[in-house]
Ligand binder design. Structure first.
Ligand SMILES: [Fe+2]
Ligand SMILES: [Fe+2]
Length: 292
């Protein structure tokens, strides 16, 4: 009987798209309503609830596009922590991981502190654990935690302190979040977040080497443009995008992202500088790919 279920498509995904957003907001307020970080989380657009919810919807879209073998693996994972309704279980766990993945960017005072961002995945996982316990979903905790802890993995070189997800649930959350880096709208999001943490768009004194060596969460001498260039020319391998459909999607976004970066450059009156840097990053990424 169960064998048969695992062969079937996952049903009811559409019904979860809108319904779960309201459900999650209600539960978040019930569990964390008194806490200061929750106030910031619910109102911030860069990494708050809206971002978590976008990643949740992207997860549901990816789940619909899983290949047969990916889907079987996903459902099998649900069986590891739910005897019955394992399809609903693994979906709910994925949605929780998506909603919570970046909530640790807000500290207990509801503030975004640059130096604390490096460990946001750990705080996010802790809060998701508290949430699961409160809603009587403790059996999902190890899966939700693992998915959150590896969501920011890009490559061994760029994110040496993180590990890629082992489980497909983690790969779905990570792919859905990382696709966001390539989305044409993400340049604007990076600019907004940079404003929040006091990072300028363009620092003319930064050398090309400094820009090429930049790593996420290093927060040394950086500007928003370097982050955007790393978005555009970041790794696209299976360790970062472990779901086939995710890799297809990024290819379609890249041109739009480049245009968005140039549009921002126009607003800051540095188009020729940014065009030259885009070409230098392109050359570097071609050389890197040749070496791989
Ligand atoms: Fe993150
Ligand atoms: Fe995120």
């Amino acid at each position: 009987m169960r064998k048969k279920s695992i062969e079937q498509p996952i049903s009811n995904i559409e019904s979860k798209e809108d319904k779960r957003e309201l459900e999650m907001k209600k539960l978040l307020k019930e569990v964390f309503g008194e806490e200061r970080w929750m106030k910031s989380f619910l109102s911030d657009d860069s990494h708050g609830f809206n971002h978590g919810n976008q990643v949740r919807l992207a997860c549901l879209e990816l789940i619909k596009k899983l290949t047969l073998s990916e889907r079987k693996t996903f459902l099998q994972e649900g069986k590891e922590f739910c005897k019955d309704d394992f399809s609903d279980c693994v979906l709910a766990a994925t949605e929780i991981a998506a909603i919570f993945h970046d909530c640790g960017r807000f500290n207990e005072d509801g503030k975004i502190i640059t130096a604390e961002q490096k460990n946001h995945h750990i705080l996010s996982a802790e809060r998701a654990e508290v949430f699961c316990k409160n809603i009587n979903f403790s059996n999902a905790i190890p899966h939700v935690r693992k998915a959150i802890l590896s969501h920011d993995f890009q490559s061994k070189e760029l994110t040496p302190d993180l590990s890629p997800p082992e489980k497909i649930m983690g790969k779905i959350v990570q792919s859905s979040d990382q696709i966001g880096w390539f989305h044409p709208d993400s340049a604007k999001r990076t600019l907004d977040f940079s404003k929040e943490i006091g990072r300028p768009f363009f620092k003319p004194e930064l050398s090309l080497e400094e820009r090429l060596e930049w790593k996420p969460f290093s927060h040394k001498n950086e500007d928003a443009l370097t982050v955007m260039l790393r978005q555009l020319f970041g790794p696209t391998g299976t360790d970062r995008f472990g779901v086939g459909f995710a890799r297809e999607k990024i290819g379609k976004y890249k041109l739009g992202l480049e245009k968005s970066i140039l549009k921002i450059a126009e607003d800051f009156n540095v188009v020729s500088e940014v065009k030259a840097l885009i070409e230098a990053f392109r050359k570097d990424s071609l050389e890197r790919n040749k070496e791989d």
